[in-house]
Each structure stands twice: as C-alpha cells, then as structure tokens.
Design a protein around this ligand. Sequence first.
Ligand SMILES: Cc1ncc(COP(=O)(O)O)c(C=O)c1O
Length: 419
Amino acid sequence: MREALRTIKENTLSHEAWRSETLNMIASENITSGAVARAVASGFSHKYAEGWPTARFYQGCKYFDEVELAGNSLYYQLFDAQYVDLRPISGTNANLALFFGLAERGDTLMALHTSDGGHISHTGFGSAGIRGLEVTTFPFDQKEMNIDPDAMVAHILEVRPKLILFGASMFLFPHPVKEAVDAAAEVGATIAYDGAHVLGLIAGKQFQDPLSEGAKVLTGSTHKTFFGPQGGLIVTRGLEDDLLGKMQWGVFPGVLSNHHLHHVAAKAVAAAEMLDYGEAYAQAVVRHAQALAQALYEEGLDVLCEEKGFTESHQVVIDVSGNGGGKLVAGDLEAANIICNKNLLPWDPIERSDDPSGIRIGVAELTRLGMQTHEMAEVAAFYRRVILSKEDPSAVAADVTSFRSGFQDVHFGYRWEDI
Ligand SMILES: Cc1ncc(COP(=O)(O)O)c(C=O)c1O
C-alpha cells in the first residue's frame, strides 16, 4: 500500500513539473487560474446536493445554495440564456442529457462523422447509440473543412431527423446553423449545438453565437477554451417548456444523481473570469491560432485550409501523412516536450484512428500563459525541427523547456486571495 501511495504522489508531482516545462497544445485542454483551482479543492468536493437550490433532498446545503445561485446568474449573463444547467459533470454527460431530453429511442440524430470532426458522444457507438438513436451524418465538404450547407438542407428534408446537432472536436470554421433553420422547422427538428471546444470563444464573442443563429440548446465542456475546471453545462434559449422540462429530467435523475459541487463553485469563478477577460482572451486565441498556422505553413508543413486563412477557432490541423503519420509525429513531439494529439482527417477511414493522417493543435493554454502573437513563430520552428528536420527530440526538448520557463503565470484569471 505504501508503495502504491508513493507511486501516486511521485507521479502527480512529476506530472506537474513536466507540464510546467512543456508546450501543452492539446486542443481540448487549458490551464486554470489559482482561484478556479482553489474552488475545486474546496470542501464542496465531499457534499451532496440533489435537487434545486433551497429545495434539496439533502440537508447541509445552505452555503452551497448561494454558490449555485450565484454561479447560475453569472452564466445567464454570459450567454443571455433562458435556462442554464451547471450540473452535467462533462460535455459527454451534457450531450447524453440532451439526447434523453429531446429525443426518444429510435429517433434520428444528425451529427458529424468522427473523421469529419464529430465527437464519439455523437455516434452510434457512443452516447447517441446508448440512447438508442439512429445517427445520420452531415454531408461534409473536405476542401472547405465544413458541413456542405446545400447538401445539408437536402439531407434534413430527406431524413427528417428529430435532433440536429452541430459542433465538433475538429472545428476550424463556424457551422452553417442559420442555413438549417427553415429545413429544421419544416420537419419538426430541434437544433442543438455542441460547443465543447469553442465555448470560451463563444463566451468571448469571437465565434458564432449558435443560440442567436437558431440553435435552442448549447451543450459544452467548461475546460477546453473555457476557463475550467473539468465539467459540462447546458444553456438554452427559446426552448419549448415541455422540452426544457424533459431535458432537466434528463440531467437529474436521468444521467446524474449528485452533481459535483466543487466543480460548480469553480465553474462559477470561471464564468466571472470570462465576463471580465473573455473578449480579450478569445481575440488573442484566434489571433494566435492564425499566426501559428501561417508560421507552420511557412516552415513547410501541410497545414489545412490555407485558402481560407487556416482557421477561425483555437485549432490548427496539419496533414502529416507525408511525414510518417499522426502517431509517429505526435510521439516525436511529445519527446520534444510538445504535447498535441494525432487526429483523423476527413479522408481517413475510422479504422485508422490509431495512426491517422493528421495532428490537431490548439493554442488556448499558450495564450493563458501569456504568449504573444510573435511567439507563435518560435513555436512553429520547434515543430519544424521535430517533424521536418528530424532533429533529436531530446535536443529540441531542452530548448522548449528553456522557452517555456519564461511563461509560468496564468493570465486572464483571478488569484483566490483577490476575490
Ligand atoms: C465536440 C465535443 N463534444 C463533447 C466532448 C466531450 O467532452 P468531455 O470530455 O467534457 O466529456 C468533446 C471532447 O473532446 C468534444 O470534442
């Protein structure tokens, strides 16, 4: 037992030390402020609070009630919402609640194929399948790296889905939500939007606002471009009362009994940070992604969508099939202290998940660490040294560590002692 404990402690500390030396560019990750981290470590981590504020199934919630109400009000403000639910404990959990609330077993869900950027929770082998939904995929334009709007309208009218779910894991450009509204109304479908990846960009007003464009439900993760902690949420605008009630039932008792109260407290702090800094942060994120993509392209890498300016989000996608493939490249980058993930590209069959053609990189964490636009050229040069010049990754790692040592503080957020 002692040995196991030592292993846990040592590896936790090693992970933290290593992460402080790396460029973490996993597009679905970010770093939290001291205030958010402190709320996660609070006494709410071992408390139950099923039910609604002031109407709980458990005693001892008088302080947490105030926290949940304050958190909700910050999110209402942030998203100009009809209803906010901070209880889902992950983006997947929020999607599952959506599927339970807004669809019945046997209904059809329209979502993106995994190779085109769809998330596993949108698939027949993931949450949608567990809910018993039939999944049909959006027609995808590989050159535009986006849903084909005309073909999408025709497909909606033909297939008559119950639920149309926009949003993606590989997500470079805003989706054609507005273009789906009339067809969705004609077949009686509800439009929802999985903003797991781009939630912080939506909150910072630098990406499409799906709720203004015709989506009635926004689901998301709170820890990708948003300011953390790990968690999920649901936001609605204009959703019919009966559907809203069904979705609330989908959350509790559908996919949750207790929610994670310490994460609700931390999500509340993260929302305040977004209200204060979100716009400047999201502008910087998009600017950095575009600068990084341009610099990687100039270094000689096959960055997708040059004609479209590469990206309008926090992500950059590179085809590395000519450089040994996604598995090898992501592994070499990790050995050089650059952490990103291999990724399926639209032309990859799903069987290639273990060794796909692409890598996907994100700049949210670098931005929070205070990097500026001009630093993206230095980051791109590290990628070139590993992927094209085939330098020994350990030599690059030493330079990455030295570069990273200048970026140790979290920006766009609060210290606990300041709130
Ligand atoms: C589009 C999309 N939806 C949902 C999720 C799931 O989020 P979580 O990890 O919070 O369950 C992800 C995760 O990467 C995602 O990319």
